[in-house]
Design a protein around this ligand. Structure first.
Ligand code: NAP
Length: 299
């Protein structure tokens, strides 16, 4: 996965590609509508201004091919500048952003998608997610119908959601006959979301993990994680991320530092065995420790 910059840089430059794209090579997963996304994308929460632009550009130059942002993060312009600064062709990058709670409603969603694309400087969005269900608004289904319309019109390649629980997903299907392509959920060994993921898997909804390193839950200092990191010659973050991707859950770790960005994508040359997975299972704090989107609403 790692190699000599000069040698490979020259080789890729000759091929007309950005010289450092070889640093990480990330496999893809195909969603229920046939659209493929990388198993590791770049989280961008709190990446703002010039440092944010550089962080996005650096990740893409290192080989990332997906960025995850949101209208709510207030950084779509910086992310868009990073896309362009990277020099990576637009059609090689999966651009994923999210609808703010305040923009829910059919017409509002159509306008919000166009506004996000304008801020990002792109002519279409690849993946567009309803950020939180926000049940008190009573506009989740109308918003979902708008996402489906945007997908039919080709303005978005995949329609998805985030922070949706089983009954929120079921409501979308009952009203429209269509499951989301993906649901981005808080997920790590500390919050395994086993029942929700099983529900989604049965219905072909891809699970994507936010806060996948589980740092805030103290994952990286857990003795079992440190032991596995030593066993495989990896970092605690890589153990947490590997746990996800090995189960088919894609991840969007955020790092502003190219070294850690590369580390977070360097997950595909080792395998956690069943004993390892069993040991990590003990860290799961259970569904009640996850953020509850029936109660929490974000705008
Ligand atoms: N849908 C939602 O509601 C929702 C909610 C939260 C987040 N998200 C998305 O998910 C992304 C990831 O979640 P997150 O940012 O909360 O958590 P995370 O990616 O698990 O952790 C990010 C933090 O860990 C540090 N870090 C990352 N890789 C590291 C490594 N290899 N070694 C040491 N430290 C490392 C980063 O610092 P440095 O930058 O200094 O490396 C940053 O402080 C967000 O950026 C956002 O795109 C979505």
């Amino acid at each position: 996965m790692f190699g000599s910059l000069d040698e490979d840089g020259d080789r890729h430059a000759q091929m007309g590609r950005w010289p450092y794209s070889w640093l990480v090579d990330i496999p893809s997963v195909t969603l229920n509508n046939g659209f493929s996304i990388p198993m590791v994308g770049l989280g961008t929460f709190s990446m703002m201004g010039r440092p944010g632009v550089s962080a996005v550009a650096g990740a893409l130059r290192a080989g990332y091919r997906m960025v995850d942002t949101a209208s709510q993060y207030g950084n779509e312009r910086s992310v868009g500048l990073g896309l362009r600064e990277s020099g990576v062709p637009r059609d090689e990058i999966v651009v994923q952003t999210k609808l703010s709670g305040g923009d829910q409603g059919f017409d509002e969603v159509i306008n919000a998608a166009k506004d996000s694309a304008r801020r990002l400087g792109v002519d279409h969005l690849d993946v567009f997610l309803i950020h939180w269900p926000c049940p008190s608004l009573g506009r989740t289904v109308d918003s979902w119908k708008a996402l489906l319309t945007l997908a039919d019109e080709g303005f978005i390649r995949a329609a998805g959601v985030s922070n949706f629980k089983e009954h929120h997903l079921q409501m979308l299907y009952d009203e429209t006959g269509q499951w989301p392509a993906l649901n981005q959920i808080q997920c790590s060994p500390a919050l395994a979301r086993t029942d929700l993921r099983a529900f989604m898997a049965e219905r072909g909804i891809h699970a994507q993990a936010w806060h996948p390193t589980g740092r805030k839950e103290g994952m990286l200092g857990e003795a079992v994680v440190i032991k596995l990191a030593r066993k495989y010659g990896k970092s605690p973050s890589q153990i947490a991320l590997r746990w996800s991707v090995q189960q088919g859950v894609s991840v969007v770790p955020k790092s502003s530092h190219v070294g850690r960005q590369i580390e977070n994508a360097d997950l595909f040359d080792f395998w956690l065995d069943s004993d390892d997975l069993g040991a990590l299972e003990a860290l799961d704090r259970g569904e009640r420790a996850a953020r509850d989107s029936d109660v929490e609403e974000q705008f």
